[in-house]
Ligand binder design. Sequence first.
Ligand code: NI
Length: 136
Amino acid sequence: MVYVTRRATFSASHRLFNPRLSAEQNELLFDKCANAMGHGHNYVLEVTVAGEPQPETGYVVDLKKLKEVIKREILDKVDHKHLNHDVDFLSGVIPTAEHLAKAFWQILLPKIQGGTLYSIRLHETENNVIEYRGEQ
Ligand code: NI
């Protein structure tokens, strides 16, 4: 099996806040991430597709097409947006990197041609990275 990864970046703001909890509980849980006006991240997204190189092309997946799918399905919807307010598929969801990674997986899974979606890695900061590989 060969694993092919396309990397993409986007910037977005969010607020970690659970509306079912009190302001005090939110502050205890999320600390400054619960600040009322939100805060921003420069996210790095890595989409990995697994498969075997096709005999005709030698590619597992056409990276140009993968790039376009990521742009159309993900980046155009989240880049320079407020993830709590502007993104349909995150409506009602606490926009943690965990939830973003799972949402991106659901969107991309049926759109990948050539190989099989293997993982979504989302770097929220230099030191915090979330990976989702679907339900195993
Ligand atoms: Ni944050």
